[in-house]
Design a protein around this ligand. Structure first.
Ligand SMILES: NC(=O)c1ccc[n+]([C@@H]2O[C@H](COP(=O)([O-])OP(=O)(O)OC[C@H]3O[C@@H](n4cnc5c(N)ncnc54)[C@H](OP(=O)(O)O)[C@@H]3O)[C@@H](O)[C@H]2O)c1
Length: 249
């Protein structure tokens, strides 16, 4: 029987690659993002490249608690429980000014986009999650070495590290694993928008031991492993995937 997998932030970059990886495994995959047209495009791409792909979409803002009812309703309509939840939704806020109002906006946006989106997905889906399932959250290399602006993005991602240890302990009795993936620089994503200058990209690639950016399919493979029986004993971990640009701790 196919598993039901929920991927947030699935209309672009790592989330889209993740949804595709599960579809290739014949899992039933729900793609979530805010913009329906982008999701529809991602669904189309997956359907055209994966024969028999079983993919659906829901346009939801995962920082809005109102999303939970629609999510649960969808899951119930499938007659399945959620076997895997991969929370890729996240973004780095534009750094504003250094006045206190701008700083606060930056920190609130970082928290909403990276922490609240994950917490709402996890806590909202737990009642319909299968025992033996898996949860994967997306952090960042920035959680270790800081980020631009006043550092809100890196700090928000670091909050997920603490959350995952609590989750793993809470859910261990249900045999649910809970892990964080912390990527370095990945190309072919919308993450940097127009903020990635050639000089910055060169610098990010130079920092790696492998001398190249990550491919979203590589992060997707790690998420897939963590949600597979082979990865069943891996829990409460922060797995870094960064081409060697930051050493594992
Ligand atoms: N790319 C990198 O180099 C890199 C490095 C370190 C960490 N990361 C982390 O890895 C994860 C995936 O990054 P990515 O590069 O694949 O990002 P991306 O290409 O920018 O895609 C982000 C996805 O999240 C969705 N999203 C954003 N906010 C959302 C919300 N509130 N509710 C629902 N969906 C939301 C976006 O769609 P909508 O905008 O339509 O909602 C989109 O589908 C992120 O958490 C990011 O912080 C990425």
């Amino acid at each position: 029987m196919s598993r039901l997998i929920v991927v947030t932030g699935a209309s672009a970059g790592i989330g889209k690659a993740t949804a595709k990886r599960f579809a290739e495994n014949k899992d039933k995959v729900l793609l979530i993002g805010r913009r329906e047209d982008r999701l529809a495009q991602a669904v189309k791409e997956i359907e055209s490249s994966v024969e028999g792909a079983d993919v659906a979409l829901l346009a939801l803002d995962m920082s809005d608690p109102g999303s939970v009812a629609r999510l649960q309703e969808y899951v119930k309509s499938t007659g399945l429980s959620v076997s895997g939840l991969v929370c890729c939704a996240g973004s780095a806020p534009q750094a504003g000014g250094e006045d206190i109002d701008s700083v606060l906006i930056e920190w609130q946006e970082a928290y909403q986009s990276n922490v609240v989106t994950s917490v709402i997905a996890v806590e909202g889906l737990l009642p319909v999650m299968a025992d033996g399932g898996s949860i994967v959250l997306y952090s960042s290399i920035a959680a270790y070495r800081g980020s631009g602006g006043t550092g809100a993005y890196g700090a928000a991602k670091a909050a997920l590290h603490s959350y995952i240890h609590t989750l793993a302990a809470r859910l261990g009795p249900r045999d649910i694993s809970a892990n964080v993936i912390a990527p370095g620089y990945f190309a072919d994503t919308d993450f940097f928008g127009d903020r990635l200058t050639t000089a910055r990209e060169t610098m990010l690639v130079r920092q790696t031991a492998l001398g190249r950016a990550g491919d979203p399919a590589e992060a997707a493979e790690l998420g897939f492993y963590l949600c597979s029986p082979a990865g069943g004993y891996v829990t409460s971990q922060i797995l870094q995937i960064n081409g060697g640009s930051y050493h594992g701790v």
